[in-house]
Write a protein that binds this ligand. Structure first.
Ligand code: SAM
Length: 220
């Protein structure tokens, strides 16, 4: 895996807030089928307590909310107020009322230990610096109940030996430009970090196609 650009979380918050509506109408619909596959693999039960971290424009959380009972509230967080505003619009348009959205960072989630049956996180770790990944995975593990599932959907590549065009381009761009042009995202491989974070029965499915991605699932 290559390192992420050296931009701050303030810069991430700012750029994703400003581009939230464009993101909603361009990238998000193209990646949606990958979310549907990840959500299918999450094997959600109607009573599951779910947290989505990095809800973005809210397409995935709208889908997650349809899989639980109407009285079960799905929690969703993001660091970008602009994304949260667009996510609220997405949910309102779909008449979904069992979702609670709030601002919180993956590095320090505002929920108690052992709170959730499922933690869902899509296309966020691919813009996170390598050093922050263990911190975030420990935080994901902390808020999961014992037996709870972690489901990650990331921009990825077939294996470590492969070097993609994006990986060659990314280090050549100034960090601000990488963030602006390609959202700061590069392919990641999260299976081993998830094992190292102490999750068990870890599986990885590689999704080839226009947006090569991986679904990594682990159990606490
Ligand atoms: C590429 S978008 C993906 C959004 C959404 N999950 C999707 O698949 O459409 C990345 C999202 O991660 C959010 N994000 C980045 N760093 C974060 C952090 N530390 N904590 C929570 N959200 C974060 C951004 O604000 C943005 O909404």
């Amino acid at each position: 895996m290559i390192e992420a650009g050296k931009y701050t979380s303030h810069q991430i918050r700012d750029i994703y807030s400003r581009r939230s509506r464009i993101y909603r109408n361009t990238v998000a619909p193209l990646e949606f089928s990958n979310h549907l596959r990840a959500i299918e693999k999450a094997a959600i039960r109607p009573e599951d307590k779910i947290l989505e971290v990095a809800v973005g424009p809210g397409l995935a959380i709208a889908e997650l909310a349809k899989h639980v009972s109407q009285t079960t509230v799905v929690e969703g967080v993001d660091i970008s107020p602009g994304m949260l505003a667009v996510a609220r619009e997405t949910l309102a348009a779909a008449h979904i009322t069992n979702v609670n959205l709030s601002e919180s960072s993956a590095t320090s989630l505002k929920f108690p230990d052992n709170s959730f049956d499922l933690l869902y996180n899509g296309y966020m770790l691919d813009l996170i610096p390598l050093a922050d990944m263990p911190v975030i995975l420990a935080e994901f593990r902390r808020v999961l109940k014992v037996g709870g599932r972690l489901v990650l959907l990331n921009m990825s590549k077939p294996n470590e030996q492969t070097t993609t065009f994006r990986e060659r381009l990314y280090p050549m761009l100034p960090p601000e430009l990488a963030l602006y042009l390609i959202g700061g995202c590069r392919p990641v491989l999260m299976e081993h970090p998830v094992i190292e974070a102490g999750l068990r029965q870890v599986t990885r499915e590689y999704l080839a196609g226009k947006f090569p991605s991986e679904i990594v699932i682990g159990i606490k």
